[in-house]
Design a protein around this ligand. Structure first.
Ligand code: SAM
Length: 214
């Protein structure tokens, strides 16, 4: 299977055609081997326009949603980013290619360990990995200029709002199971300003300041 052809098609047909414009984002999606982050039984669908299972009942989002969330963060290359929900590590790898450093937290050690191995394999040495409840943030490392949560929560977990830098941005799916709005938050003069981007469906953010396990 020629993944480079599928990757090129995905960028043109799923990202550019739907309005992703950031050249740096498009460049990363054109080169990052998404197939490495996909379970072997689903690898033929690595570049398909839908989410895929990654184990532990979790999913990797479709390429467009990963690209949209990344574009909304407007990364220039100098940012310290906090990511909640490492999952397969694909979104993390995208962020690590576009920002200065990425701190990523995952609640399942099995997913985190696998992702860590991939970061090493791909030479992404600006990623710090932690297993635990990401709703608590990474208390030793704030402020973060960008925060991304890749699981659904009814609100921005309180510890994360205090770990966000002034002028910083957060993107996350806000809502309950099966009914969420992709939300962009900006911190201006200490206030959080919210913008609703579009509807979306993510697995729940399970933790102290998120949702309860169902
Ligand atoms: N962005 C990931 C990727 O590219 O594969 C997909 C993330 S998946 C949609 C959401 C992830 O959030 C899951 O792996 C899930 O285990 C994790 N998660 C849920 N609640 C969490 C929490 N409180 N702390 C850390 N990770 C959490």
């Amino acid at each position: 299977m020629d993944f480079s052809v599928l990757r090129k098609q995905m960028v043109a047909e799923q990202l550019v055609s739907r309005g992703i414009k950031d050249e740096r984002v498009l460049k990363v999606f054109s080169s990052l081997p998404r197939e490495k982050f996909i379970l072997s039984e689903s690898v033929a669908s690595a570049y398909a326009d839908f989410p895929l299972p990654i184990g532990q009942g979790q999913t990797i989002s479709q390429p467009y949603i990963v690209a949209l969330m990344t574009e909304l963060l407007a990364l220039s290359g100098s940012e310290k980013v906090l990511e909640i929900g490492t999952g397969s590590g694909y979104q993390t790898a995208v962020l690590a290619s576009l920002a200065k450093e990425v701190y990523t937290i995952e609640r399942f050690a099995e997913l985190s360990d696998k992702a860590r191995d991939l970061f090493k394999q791909l030479g992404l040495d600006n990623v710090k990995v932690r297993v635990g409840d990401g709703t608590l943030g990474w208390p030793e490392e704030p402020p973060f200029e960008r925060i991304i949560i890749t699981a659904a929560s009814p609100r921005l977990p309180l510890p994360l709002s205090s770990q966000l830098a002034e002028g910083g941005k957060v993107v996350f799916p806000q809502g309950e199971a099966f009914n969420q709005a992709l939300t962009l938050i900006e911190k201006k003069d200490g206030k959080l300003i919210e913008k609703n981007i579009c509807g979306c469906v993510f697995v729940p953010l399970v933790g102290k300041y998120g949702l309860k396990e169902s």
